[in-house]
Structure formats: C-alpha cells, structure tokens
Design a binder for this molecule. Structure first.
Ligand code: GSH
Length: 244
C-alpha cells in the first residue's frame, strides 16, 4: 500500500494552496497541526523538518527528505504526478513566472499588510500605507491579467492559480472592493467551485480551523512576540487584536 503524504500546517493560505493541490491530484494525505501561536514551530523536532520554523512542510516517503516552502512543495507534487505544471518550455516558464509572483510578491506583501492591519489604528500609518499600495498594485495586476484569459498562466489551470487563489481571497479584508476587480472575482469563484477546492476547505476546517483559532485566541503576549519575532530591542507592539 502507498504510504500517505504528511503535511504539517495550520489554517493559513500557504498551507491551503498545498491542500488544494493534494485534492486536485487525488493523493492520500494526512494533516498535522502545528501550534504556531504557541511556538511549536521552534521546537527542535519541527526545526529538524524546516530550520526556518514555518509551515507548510511536506513529508513525502518517495522523496526521502522533508520539503518546506509552499512553492517548492507545489512544484514537487506537480512534477511527481505530471499534472498542473506544463512540460513544454514556454507554458512551463509562464506558470513558474506567475508562481514566483505569488511567492516573492503577493505572499510577502499581503502578509505584511495583514501584520500592520493588526496593530491599533493610527500606530503605523506609513507601513500600513505602503503595504496597502503594494497590495493594490498586485490585485490590479491579477485583475488586468485575468481580464483577457481564463487562468493566470500557461493556457490552463495550474499551480500558479492554486498558489495565488487563497491569497486573493483577502481582497475585502484588505479594504478593496470586489466590484473594481471583476475578472479576479470571476476567477476566484471558478476555483472556489472546483470540487477539489471544496474538499480542501473541508479538510482544512476539520484539521486546522478550530484548533488554530483556539491556539490563537489563547496566545499570551509573550507567545505573540515570539510568533511575530519581536525582540526585546524592538519597540513594544500591541498585538491584542490577534486574540479576538
Ligand atoms: N515562504 C513560506 C512562508 C511560510 C509562512 O509564512 N508560514 C507561516 C504560516 S502561513 C508560519 O509558519 N509562521 C510561523 C512563524 O513565522 O513563526 C512558504 O510559502 O511556505
């Protein structure tokens, strides 16, 4: 019998994209929660899997080593199964380009916007303004791109779409109006209706949502300093909104 894959994660977009791909590929897998709001990622056992101490991490018996970084995990699984990443150089390079846009720009910029939105209103206006502008530029890029094509890259649904979708769903929480991004909305709806995306939601809810929320809402101020890597040398920050 084939051994199932094991994915370490929590309820977050970088984990969700891997779960969506696992469902698209119909591979057997187990999910293991990592209590990042309680510092479990910094245990020696977890850091042996990923020295950067972040989820997701995939353990694939066929690979013989744990694999971190969601983009690398998507490429590995797509290549392993020969799906959702074209082999012809031109469409393949296009899919990889748009996957890198997600990994290098969308994830980091939206992540920083999420961070500064958490702080009490008015505490970091420059940082909030900067990341809001960067996010707007990226939402506009996606909407313009999707106005002339069904999928982001390579002429077919691919790991570039799967990587970007869970992040694009932040649009209204980032204060933008869906009505100004109709092509992005059409694309999000189309992915959300795919049976694999719906099965991924159910698996994420079952394995992560309740337990992630519980660790988040009970995190102490010290836990949150650790989670946000705020050192003693830095100014104090009010993260209390995270626990609400
Ligand atoms: N570039 C990484 C980012 C992973 C990441 O930021 N993971 C977050 C959850 S989405 C995490 O583990 N945070 C815990 C920490 O930073 O200590 C990827 O795409 O896998």
């Amino acid at each position: 019998m084939t051994q199932p894959l094991l994915l370490y994660g929590m309820g977050s977009p970088n984990v969700r994209k891997v779960v969506i791909l696992l469902e698209e590929l119909e591979l057997p897998y187990e999910l293991r929660h990592v209590a990042v709001f309680k510092g479990e990622q910094f245990t020696p056992e977890f850091q042996a899997l990923n020295p950067l101490a972040k989820v997701p991490v995939l353990v694939d018996p066929k690979l013989g080593r744990p694999l971190a970084e969601s983009g690398a995990i998507l490429i590995h699984l797509a290549e392993r199964e020969g799906r959702l990443l074209p082999t012809d150089p031109a469409p393949r390079s296009e899919v990889l380009q748009w996957l890198m846009v997600q990994m290098a720009s969308i994830g980091p910029m939206f992540g920083q916007l999420n961070h500064f939105q958490i702080l009490p209103e008015g505490s970091e206006p420059y940082a909030l303004g900067r990341y809001h502008e960067q996010a707007q530029r990226l939402y506009r890029l996606l909407d313009d791109r999707l106005a002339t094509r069904e999928w982001l890259a390579g002429g077919a649904y691919s790991i570039a779409d799967i990587a970007t979708y869970p992040w694009a769903l932040y649009i209204d929480r980032h204060g933008f109006d869906w009505a100004r991004y109709p092509a992005l909305r059409r694309w999000c709806d189309a992915i959300g209706q795919r049976p694999a995306a719906q099965r991924a939601n159910a698996r994420m809810d079952e394995a992560f949502t309740t337990v992630s929320n519980q660790t988040r809402t009970t995190a102490s101020a010290r836990d949150l300093d650790l989670f946000f890597a705020r050192s003693e040398e830095m100014p104090a920050a009010d993260y209390s909104a995270v626990t609400r």
